[in-house]
Design a protein around this ligand. Structure first.
Ligand SMILES: [Zn+2]
Length: 124
């Protein structure tokens, strides 16, 4: 993941590193990804005498062919971590095997619980 920061400030005062820290903390809160996972791609400054100084932050992810973001846990994982799905463009499913497995287990437990509840009702 990468972060672009462009800061407008009213004067030359202010500590650049401090601003970067604050922005990274904000990004961390916003996307829920720890800041050791992102690279600062660009940081730029401009002194703006009039108007209101603004900070632009761009967050992006480098697209890699052999990775896919799990739609369930949000991790970028290699394609082998996903179940095959021929009908989908990438040839793999949307959720990683781990999430798929957790879901299938949860579904199974759910069905088991429902069946047990039904059986208990009918037994009465
Ligand atoms: Zn997952």
């Amino acid at each position: 993941m990468f972060v672009d920061i462009f800061v407008q400030k009213p004067d030359q005062r202010g500590d650049a590193i401090n601003v970067v820290d604050v922005v990274c903390d904000g990004v961390k809160d916003a996307v829920g990804v720890d800041d050791r996972w992102f690279a600062l791609r660009a940081v730029d400054w401009e002194v703006v005498k009039s108007g209101s100084p603004t900070i632009w932050v761009g967050v992006g992810q480098v697209a890699t062919e052999h990775q896919r973001i799990c739609s369930y846990c949000g991790r970028a994982l290699p394609l082998v971590a996903f179940n095959k799905a021929k009908s989908l463009p990438l040839g793999v499913g949307r959720e990683c095997r781990e999430c798929r497995h957790a879901q299938t287990c949860a579904d199974r437990d759910d069905r088991k619980r429902k069946r047990a509840a039904k059986a208990a009702k009918e037994a009465r």
